[in-house]
Structures are given as C-alpha cells and as structure tokens.
Design a protein around this ligand. Structure first.
Ligand code: NAD
Length: 256
C-alpha cells in the first residue's frame, strides 16, 4: 500500500517576515515557522535576541532587519531587505505591537498615536507592501496579523490598544476580501492572555492575575509555544481556503 508523503503544513523553501521577532510571541512564531521549513526575515527595533541562533539551530536562515515600526518610512526598507537577501517573500506575520494604559478620562494623544501607529498603521502598510510583492511574484502569499482578545472585547484603561486591535480584526476581513482573488490569504491570530513582556504589569498585580487565571478555562496563562501550530497552519497550504478569519488562541477565554 502506498502512503502519501504530502504534508500541507510543510513550509520548506518559503520566506517569512516576522515583525518583533526578538521577544515574546514573535520569537515563538519565528521559531515555529523555521521549524516548519521557512527562512526568517526578523524585524527588530534593536537587538534580535536569541531568535537568530534558535532559527539557525533549526537549520534555517535568519536575516536581521533593524526598523522602527512607529513610522511607515520603514516599510520599503523591510520589503527591500527581505527580497534582496532571500529573492522572494511568501509570508508576513504582523506581530510587533505596544500597549499604553491610562483611564479614558485622562488618556493622552501621545498614547493614542503611538499605539495606533505601530499596531494598526504599520500593519496596514506592511501588508500592502507584502501583497504588492505577492501579486508581482505570482503564486499568492500569506498574511497573518496579530489581533487580541480586545478585538472582541472592550477591555479597560487601554483605549488605543482596543481601538487598534479591533481595527486589526476589521482590516483583516477587508484585506481578505480584496486579495483572496490574488491567492493571498489574510487572517489573524487573537492570542488570549499570554505570559510575555506585554502582560508583565497584569501578572505582577496579584489581584488582576488571580481574576484572569480564574476565568481561563485552560487554567493557565498561554505561552509563545501555544501559537506554533496556529501560525504554521495559517502560513501553510493547509489554510488555503481560510480567508479573513481571526483565530482565537486563548485557552477558552472567549468561550466563557
Ligand atoms: P512583547 O512586548 O514581548 O513583543 C512586542 C514586540 O513588538 C517586540 O519584539 C518589540 O520590539 C516589537 N515592537 C514594539 N514596538 C516596535 C516598533 N516601534 N518597531 C519595531 N518593533 C516594535 O509582547 P508580545 O506579547 O510578544 O506581543 C506581540 C504581539 O502580540 C503584539 O501585537 C501584542 O499586542 C499581541 N498580543 C499579546 C498578548 C499577550 O497576552 N501577550 C495578547 C494579545 C495580543
């Protein structure tokens, strides 16, 4: 009896840009994509951390691009560096993001603009640049935006974060509608409460930590590794007919 060796999750020979690949969820997703066969173009503001060594230990190439995504001026350089180093682009993971906390009554314009610029404006213009490349190259491509529980819920004291991540969900749908015909899949992952720098303040607050943990059906904070399967799925041929979806990876939080 003959067995098929077709693996719909195989990413051998693919090239992925991962923004914010130096820490937290971005580092976890870069490693997962490398383990599935991808070369990684890692976009970092500063030091790339341990990600290059971990990607190379998985047998793949890591191309470092230093860029500050608080301005869209970085977008052309990122695409240019990726294509110059790797000759092509197949996958974009729009992961870099920031959060600012303050009461809505006092929330300032700086905290609004800083978050919207990184979490929404650069996400759109990087997606646009990647899609232009996919269309010029032919053969489609994959864009994975990182959303949040606050794409579905209101949250508290994080006005610009909620606005940006709710925007990411809508933008993911719009881009999917426009680019599906080009063979470009645009989807998002909405992580639940994950133990990274982004949530350090919440975890340090014993009361909030307890409230959050008691509401997560899985009974634990998520870890970067929890995004490995979902990101490989959305980056691979296994998801070729999945368009405009935001996949919650949340230990059951939204099911409550
Ligand atoms: P993190 O703070 O460890 O990572 C954020 C990354 O974004 C870092 O690599 C950082 O360098 C990069 N970044 C921030 N501003 C940048 C800029 N101006 N230019 C370039 N890079 C920049 O936190 P994380 O939890 O790994 O966050 C990753 C993504 O996941 C973010 O979009 C975040 O909103 C989202 N998210 C996190 C959680 C969570 O519970 N940790 C939940 C939902 C969504």
């Amino acid at each position: 009896m003959a067995f098929s060796t077709f693996n719909p999750f195989d990413l051998s020979g693919k090239v992925a840009i991962v923004t914010g690949s130096n820490t937290g969820l971005g580092a976890g997703m870069a490693l997962a994509l490398a383990q599935a066969g991808c070369d990684i173009v890692g976009v970092c503001r500063a030091d790339p951390g341990e990600t290059p060594a971990r990607v190379e230990a998985a047998g793949r190439r890591f191309v470092e691009v230093r860029a500050d995504l608080s301005s869209v001026a970085a977008v052309d350089d990122i695409l240019g560096a990726a294509v110059e180093a790797c000759g092509r682009l197949d996958i974009l993971v729009n992961n870099a993001g920031i959060i600012r906390r303050d009461d809505a009554l006092t929330f300032g314009e700086d905290d609004w603009d800083a978050v919207m610029d990184v979490n929404l404006k650069s996400v759109f213009f990087l997606a646009q640049a990647a899609a232009r490349r996919f269309v010029a190259q032919g053969g489609g491509g994959k864009i994975i935006n990182i959303a949040s529980m606050l794409s579905f819920q209101g949250g508290i004291r994080v006005a610009s974060y909620t606005a940006s991540k709710s925007g990411v969900l809508g933008l993911t749908r719009l881009l999917a509608n426009e680019w599906a015909a080009h063979g470009v899949n645009v989807n998002a992952i909405a992580p639940g409460y994950m133990a990274t720098a982004n949530t350090a303040a919440l975890r340090d607050d014993a009361q909030r930590n307890g409230e959050i943990l008691s509401r997560i059906p899985a009974g634990r904070w998520g870890a970067p590794d929890d995004l490995a399967g979902p990101v490989v799925f959305l980056a691979s041929a296994a998801s070729d007919y999945v368009h405009g979806h935001t996949l919650a990876v949340d230990g059951g939080w939204l099911a409550r």
